[in-house]
Design a protein around this ligand. Structure first.
Ligand SMILES: Nc1ncnc2c1ncn2[C@@H]1O[C@H](COP(=O)(O)OP(=O)(O)OP(=O)(O)O)[C@@H](O)[C@H]1O
Ligand SMILES: [Mg+2]
Length: 257
């Protein structure tokens, strides 16, 4: 199935004091697609996401979002245009309820300040509830956010991120530090947000089976270069990918299980 491209990473290079963290990286994220960026530690995944979000300037190449260059734009402007880099710094207000947290995120999105919180609150009620339903937290709307378990906290973070109405979400290891069960919940949540809201997702994840379970497309980085890019089945069968992940080349069993 061909999709039109919403985010195009073109020939990106990034040097740190002469060290080539990224070299000639090309990657196209299709509209509405879930795109995984995988590779061993130090491959350049976080660096690439930081270049896309505007947190790092590339040494070469450009990033196009909906046909316009977003290179050199500050992160808040890139976010405002619809490319959200989430979950590095949690924006949850621990002393407020789950519902209030989402309402405040919506207020910020609508350009209203907290002074207007009370009058504006009813207006945003339906929207906040819809977001809580999206992340399946509507049953816990009145709970204090600081008391949520890790998986539920992640759900709230997704609802807050979605309040900004992103068109693309950049997620750097969204399941880091979670148990396998929590990880599976979050990965499937990413899938349902993508399906229900049509948000494209570019994410990194070390659990390869999770990646193969939900990604429409996978790009593999190794030492700053792209070594494979394509549909999950093709990437799984790719010999170089198997070498990088398993350190074997011609063993018939050296598939990514
Ligand atoms: N600010 C920096 N200054 C110098 N070197 C850096 C900087 N940021 C990253 N690097 C180097 O660039 C390379 C890529 O790092 P990056 O964090 O992008 O890898 P990664 O694929 O995200 O790895 P991980 O899976 O461990 O998160 C690494 O060798 C890292 O040490
Ligand atoms: Mg990283």
């Amino acid at each position: 199935m061909s999709r039109s491209t919403i985010l195009s990473i073109e020939d990106i290079g990034k040097n740190f004091a002469g060290f080539h963290a990224l070299s000639g990286v090309n990657l196209q994220v299709g509209e509405n697609s879930v795109h995984a960026l995988i590779g061993p530690n130090g491959a350049g995944k976080s660096t690439l996401l930081n270049v896309v979000s505007g947190h790092l300037a590339p040494s070469a190449g450009r990033v196009m979002f909906q046909g316009r260059s977003i290179c050199g734009r500050p992160p808040h402007e890139t976010a405002r245009r619809g490319v959200a880099r989430s979950f590095q710094i949690t924006s949850i207000f621990a002393g407020f309820s789950v519902f209030e947290n989402v309402q405040m995120a919506l207020l910020a999105q609508h350009g209203l300040c907290t002074r207007m919180f009370r009058p504006a609150a009813p207006m945003l009620r339906d929207e906040a509830l819809a977001l809580l339903q999206l992340v399946r937290l509507d049953g816990q709307a009145e709970r204090i956010a600081g008391e949520l378990a890790a998986g539920d906290r992640k759900r709230l973070e997704f609802a807050i991120a979605m309040a900004g109405r992103p068109k693309v979400m950049l997620l750097d290891e969204p399941t880091a530090g979670m148990s396998p069960d929590e990880r599976a919940i979050v990965i499937h949540l990413i899938r349902s947000i993508n399906r229900e809201r049509g948000v494209a997702v570019l994410f990194t994840e070390h659990d390869i089976e999770m990646v193969f379970a939900i990604a429409d497309r996978i790009t593999v980085l190794h030492q700053g270069s792209c070594i494979a890019d394509g549909a999950p089945a093709a990437v799984r069968a790719d010999r170089r990918v198997q070498e990088v992940y398993l350190g074997e080349d011609d063993d018939e069993d050296a598939a990514l299980h």
